[in-house]
Design a protein. Structure first.
Length: 278
């Protein structure tokens, strides 16, 4: 079995296990370089190269930096490692971005050029829905269609139909969750609001929201703060959940929540795109 096949086998295994990593591929070389076009490497979020090889220290630092950034914003990028005289001819400085390419200096004696494509592979985003309300059920179903890994937590006795979810939890005790960027929505709508909110704010997430009015959230906040829940954690909960689209039906409300989650999910990518385009 070739090294290339071994790398791609591991890529498939890590994807199936919903692990985050970067696949770095050498797409072009000029003059003498340690790695040749087609060489691949798998890089974990901690910077460890777990399989493959893309050359020595001449390119490693620039690729690892690009890998960290790619995992942070979810966007692929191209890194071009070139000797200083060639960068000067192009009129670019090490670390500069131009036309979607980041340039880095090759300080090795070989003075070769190597272009590496850095591709982040991220687990499906995670949506945790508390409750068995019509909004909760619609939210789970729509999110699955958009590629989210959905966990629905609700007492089994509250479920009138089997929800469309990857993971179903009886009650509000979440336990170990899917490892990915996480979004949490409490849609209990009168059935276990306090318990669900307590569990929701105790769970790390990029987004917390409550399906209900501001007045109801204010009343729940007072009760939970009196019971010892952190006020700062409760203040991070968006209530009412979703963008103001004039939604009325459960399906429309679920859509407005997913629209708001999409805005939050893509925020880093939009910022990266604006930065690269400037």
């Amino acid at each position: 079995m070739t090294a290339h096949v071994e790398v791609m086998d591991l890529v498939a295994q890590m994807k199936a296990a919903e692990q985050a990593f970067v696949l770095a591929t050498v797409v072009r070389t000029v003059s003498v370089t340690a790695a040749k076009a087609g060489a691949k490497a798998i890089i974990r979020p901690d910077g460890t190269i777990v399989a493959g090889w893309i050359g020595g220290g001449c390119a490693r630092g620039a690729v690892l930096k690009a890998a960290r950034e790619a995992l942070a914003d979810g966007e692929p990028r191209m890194v071009s490692v070139q000797p200083d005289d060639m960068l000067a001819e192009l009129g670019v400085k090490p670390g500069e971005n131009r036309d979607g390419i980041r340039f880095a200096s090759n300080m090795c004696p070989s003075k070769g050029t190597m272009d590496i494509f850095v591709e982040p592979v991220l687990p499906h985003p995670s949506l945790v829905v508390f409750g068995a309300s019509p909004v909760a059920m619609s939210l789970a179903a729509q999110a699955r269609q958009l590629g989210y890994h959905v966990t629905l937590a609700a007492p089994a006795n509250d479920l009138s139909v089997v929800p469309d979810a990857d993971t179903l939890i009886d009650g509000f005790a979440l336990g170990e969750l899917h490892h990915a960027k996480r979004f949490i929505v409490v849609s209990t709508q009168g059935k276990g609001d306090e318990a669900a909110l307590r569990a929701a704010v105790a769970t790390d997430a990029a987004y917390h929201a409550f399906v209900g009015s501001r007045r109801k959230m204010t009343a729940l906040r007072e009760k939970l703060v009196a019971a010892g829940v952190s006020p700062q954690a409760l203040d991070r909960v968006k209530a009412p959940a979703g963008l103001d689209l004039g939604a009325i039906t459960p399906e429309e409300i679920a859509m407005s929540i997913l629209a708001e989650i999409t805005v939050e999910r893509r925020r880093g990518q939009r910022a990266a795109n604006v930065s690269q385009g400037s």
